[in-house]
Design a protein around this ligand. Structure first.
Ligand code: FAD
Ligand code: DLZ
Ligand code: SF4
Length: 508
């Protein structure tokens, strides 16, 4: 009997360490990489994201072939409709008679592979758990079991203990688990921001860029600015640069909103972690080493490690624990259509225009832009939860449903019945002013609540509190804000809410 297996590797699984690739035997099995229409079009992906994946897939093919593997590569111009069709074609053309896949990051695909593929393809299909994540599905279920609240902080502490990251003799390094309080400094041009080294596209990547421009002419993303790493070696070099040059200020300015720089001191590694070019444990260990060698403060290293070992794993745990029901949630009943400027950044709100503009152009915005500028705006304006989630899934180079959905639906839009956030991440213009320097360039004034030059975030904020006052009144963490609003003169409250309503009518 021929035991040759077909190993399907998805565009975001480009690692020699993923379980399906680890099983592949040169000379016996066939590895399939497929650029397919369905994956490239299920949302209007940013061209940076498509180019990153296609170029990384083409480079990964070479890496696999150099190790002696047989690779069947399907390029986008072959017009193959779906991953299923790709696998079916290769099964028909080769002597393979079993399919092995590392679990995809989306419920949609896992469900198809587990339930439909075995009968439609007529061969056994094995979906292996992705053990590059640091908490397995079972680990997360055990941790979550019986808990009333699933708070990231407690999950994170368990992960620190389990992986012995930033631990000294059984205690958290420095005596505290979390140094977030040191990491909220607003931007006032305190220090210089180092310029990032670009990766110059090679011939393979240049060809992909041309193909993506020609095949997806209406998608967002300006590929003249494509400078991402598409190989593990280059991604590691980018991360090394971050550790040597930016980690030192990462913690302090993690929440800063900076007019002059989209990247500030952030890692720019989510696109590499999520596509397989970097591995989460390795980057955490590297950040710890930098601290132990005196290259950065403990708060910088801890702040970074918390994002990767804590938030990233926690968010994924929530996704798999609560899908598919999670995606149907819309706790605040938000249904307003997305304004057109989400697709062209053409708004006079400077903070929003900068955050949306760079998201469209580069496929990148840092966490506070995603959460406290764009997400906050969508939350306050009551924008349709699924439309907003689809927008996030489309525009960011690092966006896959397992990580995008809980962050957007749960964290930013408070739409998941308070699983992720115990109170909404809602803020007025005052917060945005405190965190950075966008307001100085804006035609609106963050100090004004109503009137043509008033910052729209202000009246929207109070309208939001007013609209959901019954719900928020019961939340102890919202008590002060609700009490402040209730104390105000009813006529004044009405003027503010009316102003916000009028502004929103003008947008649609
Ligand atoms: P850094 O600031 O350098 O952080 C280091 C790493 O920590 C990141 O690369 C990322 O892997 C991890 N991380 C930090 N915060 C989170 C988080 N909340 N969830 C998961 N990982 C985290 N991240 C994605 O990878 N894909 C998404 O589609 C995505 N969508 C988001 C949508 C919203 C509304 C919000 C608020 C956040 C979203 N995030 C998403 C999380 C976070 O904003 C990005 O991971 C981060 O901005 C990526 O940039 P960076 O690599 O420079 O991160
Ligand atoms: C995002 C994406 C895109 C744009 N194109 C492909 C593709 O052509 N082939 C492929 O294997 N994967 C692609 N991906 C990534 C998948 O959409 C991703 O594997 C699933 O969403 C699961 O995370
Ligand atoms: Fe944003 Fe308001 Fe500041 Fe303008 S004034 S940049 S809209 S917070």
């Amino acid at each position: 009997m021929n035991e040759s297996k077909l190993i399907l590797v998805l565009g975001d699984q480009l690692s020699l360490n993923q379980p399906a690739v680890k099983q592949a035997q040169p000379g016996r099995d066939i590895i399939v990489l497929a650029e397919v229409v369905e994956e490239a079009t299920y949302v209007r992906h940013n061209r940076h994201k498509i180019a990153l994946l296609f170029a990384a897939m083409r480079h990964f093919r070479l890496e696999l072939e150099a190790l002696g593997h047989t690779v069947h590569y399907i390029a986008i111009d072959q017009g193959v409709a779906s991953l299923e069709e790709a696998v079916s074609n290769v099964l028909a053309q080769t002597a393979t008679n079993e399919v092995i896949i590392c679990e995809p990051g989306e419920y949609r695909l896992v469900n198809q592979m587990r339930t439909a593929w075995p009968s439609s393809l007529g061969v056994p299909v094995t979906v292996l758990e992705d053990d590059r994540f640091l908490a397995s599905h079972e680990d997360f279920e055990i941790w979550a079991h019986g808990k009333k609240q699933l708070r990231m902080e407690f999950f994170y502490r368990k992960m620190r203990e389990r992986y012995q990251i930033l631990m000294d003799e059984g205690q958290p390094a420095g005596g505290k688990w979390n140094y977030d309080a040191d990491n909220r400094v607003g931007w006032r041009n305190q220090v210089g921001i180092p310029s990032r080294p670009d990766v110059t596209p090679d011939a393979i990547t240049a060809e992909v860029i041309d193909t993506v421009n020609a095949t997806f002419p209406d998608n967002p993303g300006n590929l003249e600015r494509f400078r991402l790493a598409v190989t593990r070696a280059d991604a590691e070099r980018q991360f090394d640069w971050f550790v040597d040059n930016a980690l030192v200020d990462f913690g302090t300015y993690q929440d800063a909103l900076v007019e002059e720089s989209p990247w500030v001191f952030h890692g720019l590694i989510s696109m590499y972690l999520n596509s397989g070019l970097l591995e989460p444990l390795a980057v955490c260990e590297r950040a710890e080493k930098a601290w132990r060698e005196g290259k950065c403060s403990l708060s910088a290293a801890e702040g970074f490690i918390r994002q990767v070992l804590g938030w990233r794993e926690y968010i994924r745990g929530i996704y798999w624990l609560l899908m598919p029901e999670y995606k149907t949630r819309n706790t605040l009943g938000a249904t307003r259509r997305l304004p057109n400027y989400f697709w062209d950044a053409n708004t006079e709100m400077r903070c929003l225009s900068r955050a949306i503009g760079q998201s469209l152009d580069h496929g990148y915005a840092h966490h506070i832009q995603r959460l406290m500028v764009i997400g906050n705006f969508a939350l306050l304006a009551g924008l349709d939860v699924m439309e907003v989630c689809d927008w996030y899934l489309a525009v960011y180079v690092d966006a896959y449903e397992w990580v995008e959905l809980p962050n957007t639906l749960g964290m930013a839009l408070y739409g998941d019945n308070a699983v992720i956030a115990s109170k909404p991440y809602a803020a007025s213009g005052k917060y945005i002013q405190k965190q950075g320097n966008h307001c100085q360039q804006c035609r609106y004034k963050p100090t004004k609540v109503t009137g043509p030059d008033a910052c729209p975030f202000n009246s929207l904020y109070w309208r939001f509190i007013d609209k959901h006052i019954d719900k928020f009144g019961k939340n102890p963490r919202m008590g002060l804000v609700v009490a402040n609003w209730r104390k105000r003169d009813p006529d004044e409250r009405e003027v503010i809410v009316r102003w916000a309503d009028k502004m929103m009518e003008d947008w649609t």
